[in-house]
Ligand binder design. Structure first.
Ligand SMILES: Cc1ncc(C[n+]2csc(CCOP(=O)(O)OP(=O)(O)O)c2C)c(N)n1
Ligand SMILES: [Mg+2]
Length: 379
């Protein structure tokens, strides 16, 4: 083997500079620090619920890195802290959303924690029913294809979610029409407490892609550069008319499913302990250190900058105002208020609505027609 070629670091072979891989590593550190801070805030009673991305950061940052901010579109899932941050969301955006503050960019405090989004970032809001985001991404890709726009849609989901009917429908449709979409399955081996062997017949999600007529690849989610290479190839394929790709990244879930779960009830403590060896943070750090790209000085600088950034972001987010309860229906029922405005307020529900609207400056009359079959107070 050519000694010079063998010595070329992988990231340079992939066309990434030392600064770029350091930026990827820093992005992972930042996502982890935000995640850890939110656990503390949840334990302190400031955040209602947290669903963590710890262990998924390598796959998310690696695969998302080649995507074009403000051009491509993302339909994330609840663990997508690192992916959405790679796509532009800030530490403050993420924490503000979890605190459900009035000016939270994800939903102005209307959504559950972990439901990221932001039209300004080309990120579609997470929806609670798992798998719906996969349809959203395919719809975006279809729209781009019809308009002739240079847009790639990317969506993320777990291996348990891969078994939902709409995921099959979405992938089949994308395969039939060769749409510019990337499906990223972050396989962490569990759907809450249900292990992979009880969820996925054949144990591979990527293998299903053959049935939809596009490539499926399995990557080690602890190997950031392998994830980057898979994301870049998928992006190139989508962008140049080659259609979809399904990337299955094998990751570890370092935390319980959520702050409402305790994985010690269904996972062997030795198994949980062994996961740390597959933590993408340590693996990427070791790789970059062995190349001399990362050293103690850079690492400490990154960590101290990030600590400051997360402290500042939390302080600013906590100081933001809570939403006014009188505006609870705003953004949620906007279409409804337009459609049924200014007719007779003939039911008690409508009168309550009218009173609320009057106090909040919202459109006032419910005017819900007594002929509307869904009106519970219909006479
Ligand atoms: C349609 C639907 N069914 C069930 C749930 C409850 N639920 C939330 S997360 C989850 C597990 C999903 O597992 P997986 O797709 O592997 O993702 P992971 O949480 O492991 O990252 C379930 C069953 C839901 N939100 N929506
Ligand atoms: Mg899972």
């Amino acid at each position: 083997m050519n000694a010079k070629l063998a010595a070329t670091p992988r990231h340079r072979e992939l066309g990434l500079s030392d600064d770029e891989v350091l930026a990827m590593y820093r992005q992972m550190l930042l996502a982890r620090a935000v995640d850890e801070r939110m656990w503390l805030m949840q334990r302190a009673g400031k955040i209602a619920f947290i669903i963590s991305g710890q262990g998924h950061e390598g796959a998310q940052v690696g695969v998302t890195w080649p995507m074009r901010r403000n051009q491509d579109w993302m339909a994330p899932f609840y663990r997508s802290i690192a992916a959405t941050m790679t796509f532009g969301m800030t530490a403050e955006d993420i924490i503000t959303a979890h605190l459900a503050k009035a000016d939270d960019v994800s939903s102005a405090g209307r959504q559950m924690p972990g439901h990221y989004g932001g039209a300004g970032y080309n990120i579609v809001s997470v929806s609670s029913p798992v798998g719906t985001q996969v349809l959203h991404a395919v719809g975006i890709a279809m729209g781009a294809w019809v308009r002739g726009d240079d847009v790639v849609a990317i969506t993320y989901f777990g291996e348990g979610t891969a078994n939902q009917g709409e995921v099959h429908e979405a992938m089949n449709f994308a395969g039939v029409h060769k749409l510019p979409v990337i499906f990223v399955c972050e396989n962490n081996g569990y759907a809450i407490s249900v292990p992979l062997a009880k969820q996925v017949g054949g144990l591979s999600v990527a293998a299903r892609a053959a049935g939809y007529g596009f490539p499926g690849v399995t990557v080690d989610g602890g190997d950031v550069l392998a994830c980057y290479a898979a994301g870049r190839e998928a992006h190139e394929r989508a962008r140049t008319g080659g259609g979809p790709t399904l990337i299955e990244a094998r990751v570890v879930r370092l935390t319980s499913h959520s702050s409402d779960d305790d994985q010690r009830r269904y996972r062997d403590p030795a198994e949980v302990e062994s996961l740390k060896q597959h933590d993408p943070m340590g693996l990427f750090s070791n790789e970059l250190r062995s190349l001399g790209v990362l050293n103690d000085e850079i690492d400490e600088r990154f960590r101290s900058e990030i600590k400051q950034e997360v402290n500042d972001a939390s302080k600013r987010a906590e100081a933001r105002p809570d939403p006014d309860p009188a505006t609870a229906s705003r953004f949620v029922y906007a279409e409804w208020t337009r459609r049924w405005s200014a007719t007779s307020a003939s039911c008690s529900w409508a009168k309550t609505w009218a009173a609320r609207g009057a106090s909040s400056g919202q459109p006032t009359a419910c005017g819900r027609s007594t002929a509307t079959s869904g009106c519970s107070t219909r006479r």
